[in-house]
Design a protein around this ligand. Structure first.
Ligand SMILES: [Zn+2]
Length: 261
């Protein structure tokens, strides 16, 4: 009888052990969907640690150790870059979206001053804006494109996702599902749509449902930018002389929705 009791105790112990193992397997403490740290970087730290040339885009992300190449599973583009922390958080967001049937595709990420100058000058000299002159032409282009030196894409914190037309996010079934997922979940990973519909009086660029910004870094970088704007970045491109009068720094760079507390 004594032996039987001993065996019974052993059996109970074994069941408890198996259960415990099963439990720990079912609820791993480190879920692979878990969020990396998305705490906001303090402004003074951002201003002292981030190289000021990054804010004006006067660098090559391919040669900068703060930036990483975006893996091919996230983008059809060859060798485009994002700041390490933003890319790490994007990867978590991408996986969470994929688990719910939403495919996030990065179409554009870090763009330096020279690249942005190419976009700007092509638009400035293209037929689409030929009917506008001087300041008016700059304002027309600025509906959706930044002047070199003023783009958040310089910072390596901002991405353009899936499609460059708001309409795709509003009327295509896949676009609607993608935008719904982003508005419900992107903030969990630190990403926000900073160019909203302007019904709140936001100045600057029109709404961009494709442009998402990694605010834990981009918000302190914006504060650094606004407190010490890189004024010498606004020269040597077509129409650069209009930068001041249209308020490129305050109305455009400063014209963002910032939902972080
Ligand atoms: Zn963008």
């Amino acid at each position: 009888m004594k032996n039987f009791q001993w065996l019974f105790t052993l059996l109970l112990f074994h069941i408890a052990l198996v259960n415990c193992k099963y439990e720990s397997h079912a609820n791993p403490p480190q879920n692979d969907m878990m969020l990396p740290v998305t705490e906001k970087m303090p402004v003074d730290r951002a201003c002292s640690e981030i190289n000021p040339v990054h804010l004006a885009g006067k660098f090559n992300p391919a040669e900068d150790s703060s930036f990483a190449v975006i893996p091919a599973r996230f983008t059809p583009k060859k060798r485009i870059f994002l700041r390490d922390e933003a890319l790490e958080s994007f990867e978590f967001m991408w996986r969470a979206a994929q688990a719910e049937g939403v495919k996030l595709t990065i179409l554009s990420a870090a763009r330096n001053w020279t690249y942005q100058r190419g976009i700007w000058n092509r638009k400035w000299n293209g037929s689409r804006y030929a009917e506008f002159d001087g300041q008016e032409r700059a304002v027309e282009i600025l509906k959706y494109s930044s002047m070199p030196g003023s783009s958040r894409h310089h910072w390596g914190t901002d991405i353009d996702l899936n499609n460059f037309e708001n309409e795709w996010f509003e009327s295509d079934p896949i676009g609607i599902a993608t935008y719904l997922w982003l508005t419900q979940h992107a903030a969990e990973f630190g990403f926000y749509q900073v160019y909203g519909d302007q019904t709140n009086g936001r100045t600057g660029y029109r709404e961009e449902k494709w442009h998402w910004s990694y605010l834990p870094l981009a918000e302190p970088l914006l504060a650094c930018y606004l407190s010490n704007p890189p004024v010498d970045a606004f020269e040597n491109f077509d129409g650069s002389n209009w930068a001041d009068s249209i308020g490129i720094v305050d109305a455009y760079v400063g014209g963002v929705d910032s939902p972080l507390p």
